[in-house]
Design a protein around this ligand. Structure first.
Ligand code: F6R
Length: 243
C-alpha cells in the first residue's frame, strides 16, 4: 500500500481532486467508483470548484457509487442518490445515463444487485475506486463479520454505522434504514486502482489495522492489502496510530 499523509483534510481533498481531474483528462471515458459520507464532502467541493474553473470535460465520465440505503432512491431525503446530486452530479456536466447508482427502492433487490454487477462489467470495470472507511473497518457496507460477500448484495447495517449516518436523517436514528445495497468485496477489489481516504482520529484504529494488521473479515478494509494498486490518503488524526 502506498501511504500518503496530509496536514489536514482540506489539503488531502485538494490533492485527490487534482488527481481525479487529471485522470479524467487522460482518460475521458474513465469509470470512477465513488463513496458518500462525511469524508468525501471536501473532495466533492474541490472537484466542483476545480471543474467550474478548469473546464473539465465530464461528458463521457461514468460513475458507480458504492452503496445505497434499502427503501431509498432518487428524490428521497437521506438517500445517497440525493447526496451525490447535491455534492457533485448537479454541479458538473455528467450525463445522467452515465451515473451508476443502486436503486434501494427496486422491487427485486437481488435482481438490482445482479444488474449492478453486469453494468460495472459492461462499462469495462472501475478504473479508480475511491473509498472511505468506517470506524469499524468497513468499506462500502461490507461490515465486520465471520464471512464477507464477494458481489453486490443486501447488507445489514451495524448499529454504529446507522448512528454514523443519522446526520442524513436530521439526527433521527429511527429513520436510518437498517439495510443497504452495497458493492461486495470482490466488486471493490476488481477495480484497477483504489484510493482510500480517511480523516479524523476516530478512524485511526481501523486505519492501523487495515495497514499493519492481519487480513481478516473482522476488519474488511484489511483485504485491501492484497490489491496491487492501493493508495491511502490520511490526515494527522487518521494516521495517529501508524508506526
Ligand atoms: C459510503 C460508504 C462507507 C463510508 C464510511 C465512512 O458510501 O461506502 O463505507 O465511506 O462509512 O463514512 P464517513 O466518511 O461518513 O466517515
Amino acid at each position: 500500500m502506498n501511504i500518503e499523509r496530509f496536514d489536514n483534510e482540506d489539503v488531502l481533498a485538494s490533492a485527490l481532486a487534482v488527481r481525479l481531474i487529471e485522470a479524467i483528462s487522460l482518460k475521458p471515458r474513465i469509470v470512477l467508483g465513488l463513496p458518500t459520507g462525511r469524508t468525501p464532502v471536501a473532495l466533492y467541493r474541490e472537484v466542483r470548484t476545480r471543474s467550474r474553473r478548469g473546464h473539465v470535460d465530464w461528458s463521457q465520465v461514468r460513475t458507480f457509487n458504492l452503496d445505497e440505503f434499502v427503501g431509498l432512491g432518487a428524490g428521497d431525503a437521506g438517500s445517497y442518490r440525493t447526496y451525490m446530486q447535491g455534492e457533485l452530479f448537479d454541479h458538473v456536466r455528467i450525463e445522467p445515463i452515465n451515473i451508476g447508482m443502486l436503486d434501494g427502492r427496486a422491487a427485486n433487490l437481488a435482481a438490482e444487485c445482479a444488474r449492478y454487477e453486469l453494468a460495472i462489467e459492461a462499462a469495462g470495470g472501475i478504473d479508480i475506486q475511491v473509498l472511505g472507511i468506517g470506524a469499524n473497518g468497513h468499506i462500502g457496507f461490507n461490515e465486520p463479520a465471520d464471512t464477507l460477500d464477494a458481489e453486490t448484495h443486501v447488507a445489514v447495517l451495524q448499529a454504529e454505522t446507522r448512528a454514523a449516518n443519522a446526520g442524513l436523517f436530521d439526527g433521527d436514528l429511527t429513520r436510518v434504514p437498517t439495510h443497504a445495497l452495497s458493492m461486495g468485496m470482490a466488486t471493490i477489489l476488481h477495480a484497477h486502482e483504489i484510493v482510500l481516504m480517511a480523516t479524523g482520529a476516530e478512524k485511526s484504529s481501523a486505519v492501523a489495522g487495515m495497514i499493519d494488521g492481519p487480513i481478516t473479515t473482522r476488519l474488511p478494509a484489511s483485504f485491501l492489502q492484497v490489491h496491487p494498486r492501493v493508495t491511502v490518503l490520511l490526515d494527522r488524526g487518521a494516521a495517529a496510530r501508524l508506526a
